[in-house]
Design a protein around this ligand. Structure first.
Ligand code: SAH
Length: 371
């Protein structure tokens, strides 16, 4: 049984209760989902190893347990940032990025995971959108990214953000199951407060999450525009899920006292970076408990827009603050190896996949609206 996408309780349910062995079983489970090889296994080969790691040894002997960690087929080091690519059994690729963080003299690593291969949402500034949606990732494939990162970087990997390829709320059930496994006390034991789900702004997903009541989980929303007119030019979702209704869903969400939404705002020159945009954005967000995360646009391949200048980023943040909106800046890392925000996605994979099903066109690829 591949246990990467299962909680301990689900494993026990599947193999039947064996009360006298539960402690040993729990220890084996914890080792496996953490990506640590069991004692009798070979030394950790690290992220570079281009082969599937099937951990079936030691205390799991006699139990049908294994953690089928997808092989890491490529890694790219870009400054401090590490992007790694795992190959799925059907020949597609997941992409994940390890980002070193530092605050108040402490350092840790945040892992940015993918929830889908490609994405159906068609945001015109995003590289992943150019692939279209190839398929949803399973809970095991999502958590396998964490396991691979834990094997290479150990417990330093403390935060997980669903900001890699894909729209998490388009793969809602698998993402929630993956989060259950990540937060399982018998397994990886992540606190939900150290996990963030970033959505393109799917209202139904936000409402479903609210109904589930996972209150410690953090929610980020990619707004990227001050109004629907601009937003629908760069984000097709705005035509079905307009900003006023999106804001209503945020206002209805049961945030905890100390919790804020993170509103992501990719700053694109000539599209959404003017003073009046900052003022309108602050006005729109006034009732929402949130911090705006300003992300300087990372040009995707064949981008019609350049990256914003340093001055325009600083200006935009000043205008937002002057209008009373708290904001932070996302540091620009990883542009050299297409590992930065919005730069994930291997187009060769889409071509292979299309050739395989003979459909000629990738699914869901948008026409590129010009700014
Ligand atoms: N589908 C989800 C998660 C993936 S994108 C979402 O939309 O939130 C993660 C973040 O990267 C989003 O906030 C998105 O707006 C941002 N992003 C996408 N393309 C980008 C680019 N080219 N430069 C900078 N940020 C980008």
């Amino acid at each position: 049984m591949d246990i990467l996408g299962l909680t301990f309780r689900q494993v026990v349910e599947a193999i039947g209760p064996r009360p006298h062995q539960v402690r040993a079983l729990r220890a084996a489970y914890r080792e496996l989902v953490n990506g640590r090889p069991l004692a009798s296994h070979d030394a950790d080969p690290g992220l570079q190893t281009p082969k599937t790691d099937r951990l079936e040894a030691g205390p799991t002997r006699g139990w049908p347990l294994r953690a089928d960690i997808l092989p890491v087929v490529r890694t790219h080091q870009d400054g401090e940032l590490t992007k790694f690519v795992q190959r799925t059994h059907d020949g597609l690729e997941t992409e994940s990025v390890v980002v070193p963080m530092e605050r108040y003299g402490r350092s840790w690593k945040t892992l940015c995971v993918s929830s889908q291969v490609g994405c159906a949402r068609g945001c015109t500034f995003c590289e992943t959108a150019q692939l279209g949606l190839l398929r949803n990732l399973t809970p095991g494939e999502i958590d396998g990214q964490v396991t691979a990162a834990r094997r290479a970087f150990g417990r330093d990997v403390r935060n997980i953000v669903f900001m890699g390829m894909g729209e998490p709320f388009d793969n809602f059930d698998n993402v929630m199951q993956a989060i259950d496994v990540l937060t399982d006390r018998s397994g990886l034991s992540f606190s939900a407060a150290s996990i963030a789900v970033s959505t393109v702004g799917r209202i139904q997903g936000i409402r479903r999450l609210a109904a589930l009541g996972r209150r410690r989980l953090n929610v980020a929303v990619s707004l990227n525009a001050p109004n629907d007119e601009i937003r629908s030019r760069i984000m097709p979702i705005s035509r079905t899920d307009p900003m006023p209704a999106l804001r209503d869903a945020l206002l209805d969400y049961p945030l905890r006292k100390c919790q804020f939404f993170m509103i992501e705002y990719v700053l694109i020159p000539g599209v959404n970076d003017a003073r009046e945009h900052a003022v309108e954005l602050a006005e729109f967000l006034r009732p929402v408990k949130c911090v705006v995360n300003v992300i300087p646009y990372n040009p995707r391949r064949d981008s019609p827009w350049p990256a914003p200048s340093e001055k325009s980023v600083v200006n935009f943040m000043t205008w937002l603050q002057d209008a009373g909106q708290m904001c932070k800046r996302r540091l620009t890392k990883g542009r050299d190896h297409m590992a930065a925000c919005g730069q994930l996605g291997n187009r060769a994979i889409a071509r292979i996949d299309r050739a395989r099903d003979g459909s000629g066109e990738p699914m869901g690829v948008p026409s590129l609206a010009q700014p």
